[in-house]
Structure formats: C-alpha cells, structure tokens
Design a protein. Structure first.
Length: 248
C-alpha cells in the first residue's frame, strides 16, 4: 500500500513511516526540509518517496497530489501528522505564530484530507490517521490555548468523518498521543515516567490502525490520565494543566 505521511522527518511522523515500511508498505513522506527527506530516502530507498512541501500553502498540497498523479501512484492511507505548538500566554504569542498553529494543525490537515478523498478511485483498504493529542480530551490548555483547541478540532473532525465514511469502507483513526519525547515544543528535554518515546507511540498507532480501531490513546498512563481528566472538576483540571505548562 502507498501511505502518505506528513511531518515525516522527525519524531512521531518518522516512526510511523518506519512502522508502515517494516510492514511492507511504501511511504510518500512530506516535510519542508529537503536534506532530511533525502537522508530518509537513502535509508529506505525504494520504499520511500520524498516530496518537499510546506503544507500550510494550499498550492503546495495541490502539487503533492499532482506529483502523485504524474507518478501514477494512488495513495491508500493518509497520515496527517505534521503539527506545531508554541507554549505561551495567548496574548503574548505573536499573532503570526497563533495563525501558523491554526493553519498547520487545522487548515492543512483538513485540506489534505479533502484532496486525498477526492483522489480515491476505489475504497479498498483506504484509510486516514489524524494525529490529535490527549490535549483534545481536556477542558482547555492554559498557556497552550490555541494548540489544545486545534487538537480538539482534529478529534471532533475525525469522529465526524469516520461516521460519514463508514458506509464507503474508508477507515478513520484518531491518534491521541500523550507527552512524547520529540523535537516538539517543550518536549526535547522532558523527563518523567509519563513521557513516551516516539517509536513506541508509532508502533501502537500502526498496530491499532490495522486492528480497525477508531481512537488510539497509546500507553496505559495516558489512558489513565484521560480517564482522571474526565472526572475531576474543570477548574481544578485547568489549574493543574497551567502548572504543568508553566514548568515547560
Ligand atoms: N511530542 C508530543 O509530546 C506530542 C503529543 C501529542 C501530540 N503530538 C502531535 O504529534 C504530531 C507530531 O509531533 P512530533 O512531536 O513528532 O513533532 P516534531 O518532532 O516537531 O516534528 C514535526 C514534523 O512536522 C514537519 N513539519 C512542520 N511544519 C511543517 C509544514 N508546514 N509542512 C510540512 N511539514 C511540516 C517537520 O519537518 P520540517 O521541519 O522538515 O518541515 C517534522 O517532520 C503533531 O501533530 C503534534 O501535535 C505530539
């Protein structure tokens, strides 16, 4: 199968690509950095097709699908993984950075999904994995408000289209990782029992996708934290979350 993975050069995206390749699939990897893409191409040779694109630019997304058509490659699975987060008081964060989060985490993901579905010729083995976050299960994110809100969008959007696409046999899974050690904002130096590594998150995600799951929360600690979050009072939850983000 051909699997498009956005944000493929590092972290969770790289590891998801690796898991699909290990299972004999071919990955079409998207990111903005040509040299990093080239390194991955050399690592996986024929199993990896790099496409350099900044997916916050709609024309660059159009170009990804045009290139695939030109290469006569039809994508079977789309992994909307690329995402960004900036920790800050909402007002202190420059508007451009807020806009970038909304653009990459919401607009680009939605447009990639629309284009992918437009291109599908038959529905056999087709599917989408949207990367949200356990943040989407919480009441909100003080000091990370736009990011948390964007990940809630991803969860809600995924649930909505998963029901719409069920009749067409196109599967949609929403992946909700908890804190994961990657180059993501505040996570590079993060330590603690609750921090997972990206390879484990990806292994669980791809396994759950092939099991047919629609929601994947990797790791028992994250599942417990989500369950606790759903029963503690909203004000208390927000105070705890503010303290956590403050430490980052
Ligand atoms: N790490 C965590 O704790 C955590 C927790 C929950 C959810 N998540 C979610 O998991 C996803 C992956 O996060 P990560 O931690 O693996 O992040 P990461 O290490 O920062 O990697 C981000 C990837 O996205 C690519 N990217 C960024 N902007 C892009 C753009 N405009 N167009 C195309 N590619 C772009 C980057 O490559 P280039 O710079 O080369 O473009 C890179 O490959 C995100 O959606 C994040 O919100 C992360």
């Amino acid at each position: 199968m051909n699997v498009i993975v956005t944000g493929v050069t590092r972290g969770i995206g790289y590891n998801i690509a690796l898991e699909f390749i290990k299972r004999g699939n071919r990955v079409i990897g998207i990111s903005r950095t040509e040299e990093e893409l080239e390194k991955i191409r050399k690592e996986f040779t024929l199993s990896f097709i790099p496409i350099k694109a900044d997916i916050t630019d709609e024309k660059e997304i159009d170009n990804i699908f045009k290139k695939l058509r030109d290469m006569k490659i039809s994508a079977d699975i789309l992994v909307n993984n690329a995402g960004v987060g900036y920790i800050s008081n909402f007002c202190d964060l420059p508007w451009e950075k807020n806009k970038k989060m909304i653009h990459l985490n919401i607009v680009a993901l939605t447009y990639m999904t629309h284009k992918f579905l437009e291109e599908i010729k038959n529905n056999e083995n087709k599917g989408i994995i949207n990367v949200s976050s356990t943040a989407a299960c919480q009441s909100g994110g003080p000091l990370f408000a736009t990011y948390y809100a964007s990940k809630s969008y991803v969860k809600s959007f995924s649930n909505g289209i998963s029901e719409e696409l069920r009749d067409k046999n196109i599967r949609v899974m929403c992946l909700l990782p908890g804190p994961t050690k990657t180059t993501f904002s505040g996570m590079e130096k993060a330590e603690g029992f609750y921090i997972m590594n990206a390879s484990k998150v990806a292994r669980i995600a791809v396994k759950d996708y092939f099991k047919g799951k629609e929601i994947c929360i990797p790791g028992i600690t994250n599942k417990i934290l989500v369950a606790i979050g759903s029963i503690i009072p909203r004000n208390l939850e927000l105070k705890i979350l503010k303290r956590i983000q403050n430490r980052k």
